[in-house]
Design a protein. Structure first.
Length: 236
């Protein structure tokens, strides 16, 4: 049993699809088959994702990945986004996570954020079995959140989260993901909705001024008569 290899294989499946990944799907399948902690239901679900990637055109696979993980926040693979959103607390959490990586001899050389789930799984793959399970349990609630979203969407990527929960010690992860309560309401991930969500709000220079200052900043009345400008000679 090589659980370390399993974590790396799951991380590879959650990374942006590439030609290299699709050319080595057999190696991922072998890694899953060798890990006896995965149940037949887990391997069957993972095989469905492997088959989908293996038979899809690469551009179609890339588009599905973007549609799955990059449109909206409900299925974001950046873990702290589900906890801290865009608050300042997320920055400190990133610093703490990087420090933990460095303590274990891992230095990030990629552009991904440290809370990106595939990066976290690469870190977990460096640990011994008990420590890896403990780290996975630390983020289990986030894995459940994302996995439940993907299960409702009937996404083949839900298989990865089912396997992760099994490795975290959950006895029936497929049922947990299907029945999980309190999952976030599905977002509108159409392009129009995304544009509206990220559109800049119009700037109002008058809305926040004091009542005393407002008359001085009143809009110019286009129908008003022009006011003469008076010049005063400066005295010595």
């Amino acid at each position: 049993m090589n659980t370390k290899l399993t974590f790396r294989a799951l991380a590879a499946l959650l990374a942006y699809p590439t030609a290299a990944l699709c050319a080595n799907l057999d190696e991922l399948q072998q890694a899953f088959a060798a890990d006896k902690r995965l149940k037949p239901a887990d391997r069957t679900a993972l095989q469905g994702l492997l088959d989908k990637l293996g038979t899809s055109d690469l551009m179609d696979a890339e588009e599905e990945y973007i549609d799955t993980f990059d449109r909206g926040r409900a299925a974001s693979l950046n873990l702290f986004e589900h906890v801290h959103g865009e608050s300042r607390d997320r920055g400190q959490a990133m610093v703490d996570l990087l420090a933990m990586y460095e303590q274990h001899g891992l230095a990030l050389t990629v552009r991904d954020l440290p809370d990106f789930l595939p990066v976290f799984l690469e870190f977990v793959s460096l640990l011994e079995a008990d420590a890896a399970k403990q780290q996975l349990q630390e983020v289990q609630h986030l894995v459940e959140t994302i996995g439940a979203t993907l299960t409702r969407r009937q996404s083949p990527y839900a298989a990865v989260f089912q396997a992760l929960l099994r490795l975290a010690g959950v006895s029936n992860p497929e049922k947990l993901l299907a029945d999980r309560e309190g999952a976030p309401v599905e977002e509108d991930t159409t392009l129009d909705a995304i544009d509206k969500a990220w559109a800049d709000q119009p700037v109002s220079f008058l809305g926040g001024c004091s009542p005393q200052l407002a008359p001085q900043l009143a809009p110019i009345n286009a129908t008003a008569q022009p006011q003469p400008i008076e010049f005063h000679r400066r005295t010595a």
